[in-house]
Design a protein around this ligand. Structure first.
Ligand code: ADP
Ligand code: MG
Length: 569
């Protein structure tokens, strides 16, 4: 086992590596953010394990990151004393891309560098970004609790293979050595590194240290002194958990960088909300709305939830107990002062305080979205495109906030006849006709079909607006929504049509005449269709089409039927 072993990357990892190197080229400096971010995660993990196994951390409790460089050799070293990795963990974490859906992700790539580099972000291939600037990367690591002889050396030239061997390491943690490419040597520079760390890693709670740079030598004496003294390090970032700072002191840039760190995302968030709550419960929350949907948004087992801290100590990722499922796109941090440090997922599930926090955070998110909608229509439209269908799960899951969620929903309607979903239910209600007491909608497989539905004819004629629903979830959603502001939702394709307006004498005699004239026809149609329909009747709902099929009031709609058919029912 101690022997040097050469291993190939998974095909997919290879492809990603290639992409990483070529498509992120325009923003080289982000490699440092990714490596610092990993070191910070490693420190969090160690602190967490040390809660139950204090000896893991005891002899070296001062967790930190050290960054050093050698201009002559063209190397850059990022060392941490965090959790480290065992040999198996190195293979697992640096040699494969274990996440499901990698193949699907690669299919989405467009070849357009800019778009693809955005896609990469959601993949969290952070470590590989080292190869943007390095043509060779060495990783020396030793798992907390392992002995010096269990150290591991991983080496890779950014191509199809890497090697791994056991190597003595005298301290816990991970050291990454980058051998800078000829055109990336500029990064072996103290000033440059400090400014990158300030820019991207100021919010990292772990101190990032660099050697104090001696001022230009003053004379013989000064130089000698510097040689004798032990190297002196200084902390170059703020090194304070960002969410503990007052809102007024945190800049938008800092919030954005912090989001990228915790969400493993490359892109800025759409919105955030930072709150400190004191009183019966004592906690701080910092919640973000991402500007891109993860590829596994609809996968049941996908990771979701907040990063949980207890009194500034990291406890777990993906604590899903603090938000309802229909807000699963939200990322963020919750730092509680009430929960015990040894809190587990199981305890979370049975703690009454959690429900109180969950309901408060739900309101925060809904308010944040409401604010975004009223403040910035363009950004809200972006949000809606990404997560609108998830939000539509809200009325079914969260009865208490039904109206609040409903106000955040956006639809296509005959008011604009546009596929863009940008009309709110409140907009609709404000345009309702005198005497109209229902919210009308039509459901179809796609927008074009919905828009040209024959059921709409009479509504168009009378100038009554109809919502055009064509998302898979819509029929199910409308079933749970049921009503808004005391107004029932009514499917225009279902049951008898009652437009809520009195029939005039004129209308009535016209209808009776039509019914009489068509009596023979109705009988013949009934005869032909026999048991396949419940009823055939003369209708005023059509103005151009000769006939239409109507589902009776309590039957399932066509979309719902199809969903059940697909599910094999
Ligand atoms: P991510 O950080 O999104 O998980 P990365 O590609 O940045 O993805 O890192 C992959 C994995 O490698 C990490 O999840 C972690 O398990 C491991 N890793 C990377 N850097 C370190 C480090 N400095 N210390 C310990 N483990 C690390
Ligand atoms: Mg990372």
């Amino acid at each position: 086992e101690a022997q040097k072993e050469s291993r190939g990357f998974q095909t997919e990892a290879k492809q990603l590596l290639h992409l990483m190197i070529h498509s992120l080229y325009s923003n080289q400096e982000i490699f440092l953010r990714e490596l610092v971010s990993n070191a910070s995660d490693a420190a969090d993990k160690l602190r967490f394990e040390a809660l139950s196994t204090p000896e893991l951390i005891a002899n070296d409790a001062d967790l930190k990151i050290r960054i050093e460089f050698d201009k002559e050799a063209g190397t850059l070293t990022i060392a941490d004393n965090g959790i480290g990795m065992s040999r198996d963990e190195v293979i697992e974490n640096l040699g494969t891309i274990a996440r499901s859906g990698t193949g699907k992700f690669l299919e989405q790539l467009t070849g357009d560098q800019k778009k693809d580099s955005h896609l990469i972000g959601q993949f969290g291939v952070g470590f590989y970004s080292a190869f943007i600037v390095a043509d060779k990367v060495d990783v020396f690591t030793r798992r907390a609790g392992a002995s010096a002889s269990e150290g591991v050396h991983w080496e890779c030239h950014g191509e199809a293979e890497y090697t791994i061997e056991n190597a003595e390491k005298d301290s816990r943690g991970t050291t990454v050595v980058l051998h800078l490419k000829e055109d990336a040597r500029e990064f072996a520079d103290g000033w440059r590194l400090r400014s990158i760390i300030k820019k991207y890693s100021d919010h990292i709670a772990l101190p990032v240290e660099m050697l104090k740079e001696a001022a230009p030598a003053m004379g013989e004496e000064g130089e000698e002194k510097a040689e004798d003294a032990a190297p002196e390090y200084e902390v170059v970032n703020a090194a304070k958990a960002m969410w503990t700072r007052p809102r007024s002191e945190v800049t938008a840039e800092e919030y954005k960088e912090f989001y990228k760190h915790i969400a493993h995302d490359f892109e800025d968030p759409l919105a955030w909300s930072h709150n400190k709550v004191e009183g019966k419960l004592d906690y701080t929350s910092l919640l973000f709305i991402p500007s891109r949907a993860p590829f596994d948004l609809y996968q049941r087992d996908a990771a979701r939830g907040l990063k949980l801290y207890v009194q500034r100590t990291f406890i777990m990722d993906d604590a899903e107990q603090f938000l309802p499922l229909y807000l699963r796109f939200v990322k963020g941090v919750l730092d509680s002062n009430d929960l015990p440090l040894n809190v587990s997922r199981e305890i979370l599930q049975n703690d009454r305080n959690i429900d109180a926090i969950k309901s408060a955070l739900t309101k925060r998110v809904l308010d944040m979205l409401g604010k975004l909608a009223s403040k910035d229509a363009e950004q809200y439209a972006k949000f809606w495109d990404l997560f609108g269908n998830v939000l539509k799960e809200g009325p079914a899951e969260d009865f208490a906030n039904k109206e609040k969620v409903a106000k955040l929903l956006r639809f296509s309607s005959t008011h604009t006849d546009n596929a863009k979903q940008d009309q709110s239910i409140e907009d609709y209600v404000s345009r309702m006709k005198e005497g109209q007491d229902k919210i009308y909608y039509v459901c179809a497989d796609n927008f074009a079909t919905a828009k040209s539905s024959p059921y709409l004819e009479v509504f168009r004629k009378k100038g009554i607006e109809v919502l055009l629903l064509s998302d898979q979830i819509d029929e199910w959603f409308v079933g749970h929504m049921n009503e808004f502001d005391g107004k029932q939702f009514q499917d225009v394709a279902k049951g008898a049509l009652d437009l809520g307006e009195a029939e005039t004498e004129e209308d009535k005699s016209a209808r009776e005449e039509a019914e009489k004239a068509a009596e023979g026809l109705v009988e013949r149609v009934k005869g032909v269709l026999e048991s396949r329909v419940d009823e055939v009747r003369v209708s005023t709902r059509l103005t151009e089409s000769p006939a239409c099929l109507v589902v009776s009031e309590h039957d399932m709609g066509p979309q719902m039927r199809r969903i059940l058919e697909q599910a094999g029912q």
